[in-house]
Structures are given as structure tokens and as C-alpha cells.
Design a protein around this ligand. Structure first.
Ligand code: APR
Length: 258
């Protein structure tokens, strides 16, 4: 059938905000939880499994506040590298499918993402909550100001607000730190009637428990993943395959009336 989404489609070419009469209303509030797998086809690294970032590196070495203190330049370099990759990456058909649903569907559609990349935003999505933070946000540990940049953080870069030295870090969540948007996630999971996990291994709490929260509150729960996630028993339905293929198909067949 006609390809609903293709890489060349820019967010601008999406139907702006007009609620499409071709979409049938079934769920009031749809909540997506996305992970590294949704961005795999856009060329970004996974954390676990094939070529995962944590395969040949212990996360404790680069993804903890302790590591930032002990090995500041290694940690900053690691995230500078991810920031370069993420700056260049383009959204794929899975990101575009969610954005298209958000713009055409008369129910509410929210995205909780574990990803630090901005591919949902580049695909034209709104209501995106980065629960593990965002790679293009920088934070000063001294004055706690947060600002956006795609540039490298160098070890001695002074804070542009308070001038403190060696106090800048990526505004992301290290292992052992609280996730962001906890209360937003709780509210969304309390009243979602459809919960869709896409491209996440279901290994890392609290995100790996979101499906349980949603299910407890009566949501239908679906997982789109290349292989069964660790928490696959919690899902009503598991759709195996590449999200850039399975998700557009699902959205087309589930929501399009024509
Ligand atoms: N389509 C769908 N799923 C895919 C695809 C694809 N094209 N490619 C890979 N996957 C699946 C893999 O099978 C795997 O289950 O995506 C999942 C990626 O799992 P992880 O690499 O563990 O990524 P994620 O679940 O986002 O990790 C959670 O761990 O290290 C922390 O903070 C980091 O946010 C990250 C969190």
C-alpha cells in the first residue's frame, strides 16, 4: 500500500494540527514510551544487544556522577560523541508515524522517551518528555541553570551564568540519579487507556515498570520491539520487528478509517 511515512518527509509537510476525519477515535489518552530501538534505524546506538554502547564499556565508567568527578574529560568526551551523532541524525518512519498520529488524531497523544536524542521533536512531535534528559541540554552543577546547545562541553568551560569552573555537565540522568518528569509520567500512566512501548529492552526501572502502572490503571498495553523485552509478560500484545516498519503499519490499520 501507499507508504504513509518516508524519511524525506519533513515535519513541515505533516498535516498541521487539523484533526483528520480519516482517523477513528478509540482511545482518549495514548501514551508512548520510547527507547533507543526507535532511533536505531536513524543510525543511533543502542545501549544493550548488537553493538550496544554498554557492550564494551561499563556504564559505571561514564554514566555516573562519580565517573564525572573522577574522569571528567572522559565522561564529557563520551557525551560529546553522542551529541555529534544525535545532532546529525534524522527521524525515521517510526518517529514520523507517532508525530502524524499526534497531529491528526482527536485523542491526546503523549511521548515519554528514555532517549537523549531529539528525533521525536525533529519529526514534529509535541508533548515529548525526556525522562532521562536531553543530550543538547547542559546544566551547571553550581547555579543549576540549564540551557540548550549542540556544542562540546570541554572540561574547563566556565558556566556562562555563574562563571564557575568544572561545573558543567550534560543535563541527562546518570545511573543512580532520579529520573525527570516523574509526576508527569505518574499522571499520564494513571489515565492512559493505551500504552505503547517502542524500542526499549525493558531493563531499566522505573521506565520498565511503566507498563505495569498503565496496565493496573486499565490501559491496553502494546510493545513494538525487535525481540521480546525483559518485561514482555506485562504487555497485552507484543509486535516483533523493526519499529520503522511495524509502527506505521499499526497506526495506519488501527486509526485510519479509509
Ligand atoms: N525496532 C524496534 N526495536 C528495536 C530496533 C528496531 N529497529 N532495534 C533495536 N531494537 C530494540 C532492541 O531489541 C532492544 O530491546 O530496542 C531495544 C533497545 O534496548 P536498550 O539498548 O537497552 O535501550 P533502552 O531500552 O532505551 O535503554 C534504557 O538504559 O542505559 C540506560 O539511560 C539509558 O535510556 C537508556 C536506558
Amino acid at each position: 500500500g501507499k507508504r504513509l511515512f518516508h524519511e524525506g518527509m519533513s515535519p513541515g509537510s505533516q498535516p498541521r494540527k487539523k484533526k483528520s476525519k480519516f482517523m477513528q477515535f478509540q482511545y482518549r489518552k495514548i501514551v508512548f514510551l520510547t527507547g533507543a530501538g526507535i532511533s536505531a534505524e536513524s543510525g543511533l546506538s543502542l545501549f544493550r544487544g548488537k553493538n550496544g554502547l554498554w557492550n564494551n564499556r561499563n556504564p559505571e565508567e561514564v554514566a555516573t556522577a562519580e565517573a564525572l568527578l573522577q574522569r571528567r574529560s572522559d565522561v564529557l568526551d563520551f557525551y560529546n560523541g553522542l551529541r555529534h551523532d544525535m545532532a546529525k541524525a534524522k527521524p525515521n518512519a517510526a518517529h514520523l508515524a507517532i508525530s502524524w498520529l499526534q497531529q491528526g488524531y482527536s485523542g491526546e497523544v503523549y511521548i515519554l522517551t528514555q532517549n537523549m536524542d531529539t528525533l521525536h521533536e525533529k519529526a514534529g512531535s509535541e508533548n515529548v518528555y525526556h525522562i532521562h534528559g536531553q543530550i543538547n541540554k547542559i546544566r551547571c552543577s553550581h547555579c543549576h541553570n540549564v540551557w540548550e546547545t549542540w556544542n562540546d562541553i570541554t572540561p574547563d568551560m566556565p558556566c556562562p551564568f555563574c562563571r564557575a569552573e568544572k561545573s558543567l555537565r550534560p543535563d541527562i540522568v546518570f545511573f543512580g540519579e532520579e529520573i525527570m518528569f516523574t509526576s508527569v509520567a505518574e499522571d499520564l500512566l494513571r489515565c492512559a487507556d493505551l500504552f505503547v512501548a517502542v524500542g526499549t529492552s525493558g531493563e531499566i526501572p522505573p521506565a520498565s515498570r511503566f507498563v505495569w502502572e498503565a496496565w493496573k490503571n486499565g490501559a491496553k498495553t502494546l510493545a513494538f520491539n525487535l525481540e521480546p523485552p525483559a518485561n514482555s509478560v506485562c504487555f497485552d500484545r507484543l509486535v516483533l520487528g523493526k519499529a520503522e516498519e511495524t509502527l506505521p503499519e499499526f497506526i495506519k490499520h488501527q486509526f485510519m478509517t479509509v
